[in-house]
Design a protein around this ligand. Structure first.
Ligand code: CU
Length: 307
């Protein structure tokens, strides 16, 4: 085979990988698909940057792997005992040592610059148009809109036997989190019981939900649609059954939805059970018990006021 033939043979897997990757990324909605290879289409600038980062790394990794493979093959054949009966006694070569030190450093710099840019871009938004609070529970999510009347609601998975036509098994929820497109949404993430993680792949958002701590992330959704995600921190027996459905709508529809939601969820308080510590620590706090008017659990101290 001529030299050109060898080069073509070496580059073929790279070309196949690129075509596969680009082809798989451009089809379908923001849901996982059977036999999917590559990411879901980007629904936010953050995810688009992540795709670019991934594509850059894939090219670099493939090039390095092919280069090392070619070197190995060359050494195996060219310097076999049969072909090279009198081995060289060379132990040092300053030029090649400088090259194999400097080139990897340059490669790491090429990777580090977009990587840090992406990390800081994804970290938080300085100008948030609105804030939503996400709380993880065993095993559902609850969402709060402090900028729109502080209404709050829970979001449970729709069980398989209650799915309506068109709903996606294990991903559809009873109450979707609704967000406006084209606006910077600050997302505060916490948990009520154990660690969870709020993960919506097409939006490039993944944030740990940790009890007693509020983590911050943000998103700006490019176009309307439904973006599905899941809890991706193993959080107990129903970890696989607390999906996330983000419905991105226009600003007008979002304004209308918040008005409607304010009324809908006003008289439907969150169904979450009260924290067990509070119940256990204040057994005498019920209004029926005479003599004990109030019991409040403060951090570190139990104060009981008697009449
Ligand atoms: Cu979870």
């Amino acid at each position: 085979m001529k030299r050109n033939g060898w080069i073509a043979l070496c580059l073929a897997p790279l070309a196949v990988a690129l075509v596969w990757m680009v082809g798989s990324g451009s089809a379908g909605a923001a849901v996982p698909e059977p036999w999917q290879l590559g990411f879901q289409p980007a629904g936010s600038p953050m995810k688009a940057m992540m795709n670019d980062m991934h594509n850059l790394l894939l090219v670099i990794i493939t090039a390095i792997s092919l280069f090392v493979l070619a070197l190995l093959l060359y050494v195996i054949f060219r310097f076999s005992a049969a072909k090279n009966p009198n081995p060289s006694r060379t132990a040092h070569n300053t030029t090649i040592e400088i090259i194999w030190t400097v080139v990897p450093v340059l490669i790491l710099i090429v990777i580090a610059i977009p990587s840090f840019r992406l990390l800081y871009f994804a970290d938080k938004t300085r100008e948030a148009d609105l804030t939503v609070k996400v709380s993880g529970h065993q095993w559902y999510w609850s969402y709060e809109y402090p900028d729109h009347g502080e209404f709050k609601f829970d979001s449970y998975m729709v069980p398989t036997n209650e799915l309506k036509p068109g709903q996606i098994r294990l991903l559809e929820v009873d109450n979707r989190i609704v967000l406006p497109v084209g606006q910077n949404v600050r997302i505060l993430v916490t948990a009520a019981d154990v660690m969870h993680s709020w993960f919506v792949p097409a939006l490039g958002v993944q944030m740990y939900a940790i009890p007693g701590r509020t983590n911050e992330t943000w998103v700006r959704i490019d176009k309307e649609g439904v973006y599905y995600g899941q809890c991706n921190q193993i959080c107990g027996v129903n970890h696989g059954f607390m999906p996330i459905a983000v419905e991105a709508v226009s600003r007008e529809r979002f304004a209308a939805w918040t008005e409607e939601a304010k009324r809908k969820f006003a008289d439907a308080p969150a169904a979450a059970p009260a924290p067990t510590t509070a119940i256990a620590a204040t057994p005498a706090a019920s209004p029926e018990t005479p003599g004990v008017a109030q019991a409040t659990l403060e951090p570190g101290a139990l104060t009981v006021a008697t009449r």
